[in-house]
Design a protein around this ligand. Sequence first.
Ligand SMILES: [Zn+2]
Ligand SMILES: [Zn+2]
Length: 124
Amino acid sequence: MTCKQCEVDVHEYLRGTLSAAARAEVERHAAECSACGDLLRRCQELTCKDFVEFLNDYLDGDLDGQRHSVFDQHLSDCPDCRAYVASYRRTMELSVTALRGELAVPEEIPERLLQAIHDSRKQR
Ligand SMILES: [Zn+2]
Ligand SMILES: [Zn+2]
């Protein structure tokens, strides 16, 4: 088993979706390979479920230094959580932008609406 394969399988391993044979492979590789052994230990320390559960605290900087670095590490280990954080941030940004838009330009909305109504009447 290669380290690349092991990295992929570790996540399946922790989810419990690997076959017994594949689990044994991961365990054997992790025992022989210190990099993958560390990876497995880190992933057991902080699972994806924990990560998502405490994501708010992590992004708000509410975690203590030790735990924050465990989260940083998980993020660099785990493509699933990286994708999750990216989409989470995008969603947050969108909702902040939408909120700002509503607060900042209240005058503009009726005008645009009127214009839209006007245009749609012209088309008929
Ligand atoms: Zn390895
Ligand atoms: Zn993860």
